[in-house]
Design a protein around this ligand. Structure first.
Ligand code: OXD
Ligand code: MN
Length: 585
């Protein structure tokens, strides 16, 4: 055992005082025994083996169903390094406070030590961590989400480099819940939550918050992005990475099935990842992206044969479902949108209470989840395990905007693309009436996940671009424009392929576009609407139009967001905002 590993384990064991320490080796026998134990102690329910082979249901504590941003801290040495978008606490103060909470927290329990890799083990991209946790549920989820076991531990022992991740469920007390990051120590301490985003420390905590700090120091990018490949009829595959805020359909886009028009010609889409991309400059001057994860931790409600047929197939076996509804007669699961008709009086909701669709409540929690390995996905890219990742032709940003952003716009260049990413926003609620939702600014979809000052993060993006001789083109898309009745205008889902098609064309220097104040907008006949019911050229014109008066309001909102950084926003981005203001007249 590497001395650094040994020292860390001794330290946390003496603090948490578990009865026993168990290393997770990655062996099938060990996992089988853990599943059995979890079914015996009620943490998991084994589902109908015929209908859901090797699948399990977990119900969380009712106060513990989502990420808790107000309890998430970046404990950098200086407050300014966390920036205005993060909660900050002095590291010594936070360590002292949490040491008291961890003290003796695992008495009578086992501490599982989970060695894991983010990215392909041995690749230049990969990074390593060890998560200590008192939860079998966490162990079994981590097995699906990261590359766990002896091979990862061997690498850690070789170098002594690993992110130190400590997780304790303790008593799940909401008031004492903390999700804390110490970037200067490559350390994450999480206590009193078992929710995925708070407890599977490989995901948001390591692969985004800590990794974004590593990326800043080492000259690469850790991003909240899906990665997909579009194969054309000649067999050429172009890769796109795309950032959208949570709940804007990243997983659905990553697994898109091309509409008939494209499928017949031989187009295919391959999924490389649905949530986290680590991106580096290659020697060829291009950007190369890799999915840091090994599985999907997706939102269940709304997933069905129409919205994401590939995910429905992915979920056929070997899944852990969390907080979905349970058909107790059949021992199967259900969620809103999975199937429309439910024979009821056999359903219990996510809280395990009797439930029917007429109760006026949700059967599955709106943030109920599935955890499944990427290898289950029928459209998984052949490059998934490529240690070099995939070369990017385009980077796409997107948010949920009822009126302002057009269906698609291409930035003028890298610097302008960084500006477009920095002014991203998303409406918090879908407009039930025609009222426009509240905009939350969410630069690069990283607002909750950037582990340092976002003004420095913008600067870092600019620096990365400067070194590229062949940078990907940067775009912004908006699938969510609504009409005067609040209905979505663009059909979305697989039809988004039509927009991706234009994006690939433009990234090769083809296709026609008009330069507008916010960038290049396609000429209306550039978006292929053949065979699309209900989308006419006039509708496309409308989707691609800009409303100057709304954009003027938008600029006021962006300015006040930029102001929160107290002068730190890079000059070139402030200039891009002034130029936009001028050009809109
Ligand atoms: C998220 C997620 O919250 O991916 O963004 O779970
Ligand atoms: Mn996410």
């Amino acid at each position: 055992m590497n001395a650094k590993v040994k020292y860390w384990v001794e330290e946390i064991v003496s603090m948490c005082e578990p009865n026993e320490v168990v290393w997770i080796t990655g062996s099938k026998e060990q996992y089988d025994a853990l599943y059995e134990e979890a079914c015996t102690n009620g943490e998991l329910i084994k589902l109908n083996e015929e209908k859901h082979p090797n699948c399990y249901l977990h119900r969380s504590n009712q106060n513990d169903v989502a990420r808790t941003e107000d309890k998430t801290f970046i404990c950098s040495d200086a407050k300014e390094d966390a920036g205005p978008t993060n909660n900050w606490c002095d590291p010594e103060e936070m360590y002292d406070k949490l040491k008291k909470l961890y003290k003796g927290s695992m008495k009578g329990k086992k501490m599982y030590l989970i060695p894991f890799a983010m990215g392909v083990i041995g690749s230049d991209f990969a990074k390593y961590g060890i998560e200590a946790s008192d939860s079998i549920y966490v162990v079994l989820n981590m097995e699906k989400m990261a590359r766990v076991g002896q091979d990862a531990l061997d690498k850690i022992n070789e170098t002594g480099q690993f992110v130190k991740c400590l997780h304790a469920c303790k008593d799940l007390n909401f008031d004492d819940r903390y999700i804390t990051h110490f970037p200067q120590d490559d350390t994450i301490w999480s206590i009193n939550s078992a929710y995925g985003g708070n407890a599977l420390l490989s995901k948001k905590c390591f692969a985004l918050r800590i990794a974004s700090c590593n990326a800043r120091d080492e000259g690469w990018l850790a991003e909240h992005m899906l990665i997909l490949g579009i194969e054309n009829p000649d067999g050429e595959i172009n890769y796109i990475a795309a950032a959208f805020p949570s709940a804007c359909g990243k997983t659905n886009l990553a697994m898109l099935i091309p509409p008939e028009l494209y499928a017949k010609k031989g187009y295919k889409v391959w999924c490389v990842g649905d949530d986290i991309a680590w991106i580096r400059a290659g020697e060829d001057g291009r950007l190369w992206a890799m999915n840091a994860e090994n599985g999907f931790f997706g939102v269940a409600p709304g997933t069905n044969k129409n919205s994401n047929p590939n995910m429905v197939k992915t979920l056929e076996s070997d899944v852990i479902f969390t907080n979905v509804a349970h058909d107790i007669d059949d021992n199967t699961i259900w969620w809103e949108g999975l199937t429309s008709l439910l024979e009821s009086d056999r359903i219990v909701d996510w809280k395990s209470e009797k439930w029917t669709p007429n109760d006026g409540t949700k059967g599955a929690h709106p943030n109920s989840r599935f955890t499944v390995k990427a290898e289950n996905c029928p459209c998984l890219s052949k490059e998934f395990d490529n240690p070099d990742g995939v070369p990017l032709s385009a980077i796409v940003f997107g948010g949920r905007r009822a009126k302002t952003f057009p269906l698609v716009v291409q930035s003028k260049d890298w610097e302008h693309g960084v500006f477009i990413g920095s002014i991203m926003g998303s409406e918090t609620t879908a407009a039930a009436t025609s009222a426009i939702g509240i905009v939350r600014r969410d630069p690069m979809a990283m607002l909750p996940f950037c582990g340092y000052n976002m003004a420095d993060y913008f600067e870092h993006w600019l620096n990365v671009g400067e070194k590229l001789t062949n940078p990907p083109k940067i775009f912004n898309v908006n699938w969510f424009r609504t009409d005067e009745n609040g209905r979505f205008i663009w059909p979305g889902f697989s039809e988004n392929m039509r927009v991706l098609d234009w994006i690939i064309k433009r990234s090769k220097g083809d296709g026609n576009a008009e330069l507008t104040p916010i960038g290049f907008i396609p000429a209306p006949d550039e978006i292929n609407i053949k065979d699309l019911k209900n989308v006419t050229t006039d509708i496309i014109k409308n989707l691609l139009s800009l409303d100057n008066s709304l954009w003027k309001e938008e600029i006021i909102n962006i300015k006040s967001f930029y102001d929160t950084f107290e002068g730190k926003v890079p000059k070139s981005l402030k200039k891009a905002l002034l130029d936009l203001e001028k050009d809109l007249i």
